[in-house]
Design a protein around this ligand. Structure first.
Ligand code: DAT
Length: 174
């Protein structure tokens, strides 16, 4: 896919800071934030709600069609906790946000998640599920693991992406 601006995927366990960081990146470097969870809900791209797991079952085909259109010209920061459903070619950089268990736990309690959801997400983070899945799904050189425990972490993550974008532009200018 030829793009004049790159697409960046920001992934990680719920609560690691994807939405906050994606908004900061989008603002700092002039890309557009695409919150996949919000699109799934607003366009009803799911096949129902699983009460037991407090989650929606994605209609992957519809979601991918919708996103293909949004991402085709590049310049998007895509924020989603699942990273393996997208075609590899869509992204030029995949950021996997990581949080310490204590930060993550506090954030999920604040969000009002039930115990089951908290336990599930804590285990997901401890077992590095999203990081391993990202490594299985994308080329090693585009997957970057970033700590996201403090505001300073977020700011330095945004700075890193800024520098990365400059390099990307230099490499992709004709
Ligand atoms: P996600 O989109 O991964 O679910 P979020 O961006 O909504 O996460 O963040 C959840 C809450 O945690 C929100 O109140 C902001 C806070 N938070 C996230 N990352 C943080 C960080 N690195 N430092 C301080 N607070 C953070």
């Amino acid at each position: 896919m030829e793009r004049s601006l790159p697409n960046i995927l920001v992934t990680g366990t719920p609560g690691t800071g994807k939405t906050t960081t994606s908004e900061m990146i989008a603002e700092a470097i002039g890309l557009e934030h695409v919150n996949v969870g919000d699109i799934v809900k607003s366009k009803q791209l799911h096949e129902g709600y699983l009460e037991e797991f407090d989650t929606h079952v994605l209609d992957e085909d519809k979601l991918l069609d919708e996103l293909e259109e949004i991402l085709k010209d590049g310049g998007k920061v895509v924020d989603f906790h699942t990273c393996e459903i997208f075609p590899e070619r869509w992204f030029d950089l995949v950021l996997v946000l990581r949080a310490d268990t204590s930060s993550l736990y506090d954030r999920m309690v604040k969000r009002g998640y039930n115990k089951r959801k908290i336990d599930e997400n804590m285990e997901c983070e401890i077992m590095q599920v999203v990081l391993e899945t990202a490594h299985e799904s994308y080329a090693p050189e585009i997957v970057v693991e970033l700590p996201s425990n403090t505001v300073d972490d977020m700011e330095s993550n945004v700075d890193r992406v800024k520098q990365w974008l400059e390099a990307w532009k230099a490499n992709n200018s004709k």
